[in-house]
Design a protein around this ligand. Sequence first.
Ligand code: UD1
Length: 421
Amino acid sequence: MDSFVIEGGTPVQGEVAISGSKNAALPILCSSILADDTCTYQKIPDLRDIRTIIEVLSNLGMQVSGVDESCVLIEPTQITSQEAPYELVKSMRASILVLGPLLAKYGKAKVSLPGGCAIGVRPIDMHLKGLAKMGAEINLSHGYVVASAKQLKGARIVFDKPTVGGTENIMMAATLAKGTTVIEGAAKEPEVVDLADALTRMGAHISGAGSSTVSVEGVKSLTGLEYEVIPDRIETGTFIAAAAITHGQLMITGVRHDLIVSVVEKLRETGVIIKEIGQGKLFVDGRCEIRPIDVVTAPYPGFPTDMQAQIMALSCIGVGVSSITETIFENRFMHVPELMRMGANLEEKGTTVIVRGIKQFQGASVMATDLRASASMVLAALNAKGLTEIRRIYHLDRGYEELDMKLKSIGARVERIRGDL
Ligand code: UD1
């Protein structure tokens, strides 16, 4: 497996462009199952998770081709199978997003129970309960979800807590259901809204996406479309943090300011200067002392759990005591022991980590555990005195497009060491 070797201590400098959003692209690519003709998507990031979902779709018999760097063309006709096998799904939980579209369009689906990041139990019970309420018969057999429905029916589905994937799965299933589906307690994340926008472009009737009540009036069929996914708000936040933790200056382009308000507000509390410059540009000046902060993750528009590890790394070099509380996932502090190996002073107290500021990280050998935890180690390494080796960086390749190349282009000293799989 590949590793990164990073020599820290150099402020990042220059300009970096943000890629399309992984978490928007995944459900949107799955929604092509619902279409009757060609779907063309722009700004699809070249990532391991995207390649996995493309394999899942190809395995169903769909023709998927890359047009140029970030454009993907899908012919959704010619489906030969309704199965997403374990070998493909095991590495990525989001594969479950083919379940709703397959059921809605073809009346049956067999999808392996997902794997993915090792952050807590992460069940899919809410996806399944919602689909069952729409009339699907669902069985769990030999590690697979086996579902069938002659015709899904509109239903009122109430989520006890917002689930991004659950909202997306039900929304996609409801587009071709008979009657109206109302999702209450829906996730409001921008990626849900982006999916709703893409589905609407295909002819779906959706209202309320981005609020806690989403209504979907079923239609008979959906067309193909041309669509560009939104920029990745977590990649944006990670690069802001890179400028801050190295005390550098960075121009970040291709940004959607409205999607990163809570992240920018929190990062500004650290003293970092962040200027929104029209046309999707953001200028970050991190040449300051980092002030301590209190962060509590929350569903959108709150502070995203996917930025928790990165902001923890930054707060480690704060002058004073910070606190970071995780409320979305259990067991999402796998970066804590690794950051401590790099000299961080962290104390885990249930769902909160108390961070006592240190002057600088120290280079060490660390192990990437999940996607965002790995990003926090990269940030710590950029700040660190000496060399850091980060092993098992395939997690980073799941979610950050060309991270090593992008970091190098802004002056960071990063080398990818190729290893055997
Ligand atoms: C998505 C994102 C992930 C992000 C997360 C929360 C994608 C591909 N991934 O994950 O990066 O961290 O949203 O913003 O978009 N839950 C249940 N039962 C369910 C579904 C979820 O109990 O059926 C729980 C989860 O364990 C978790 C919480 O609900 O505690 C939120 O999970 P959810 O919003 O579903 O996350 P994902 O869609 O998997």
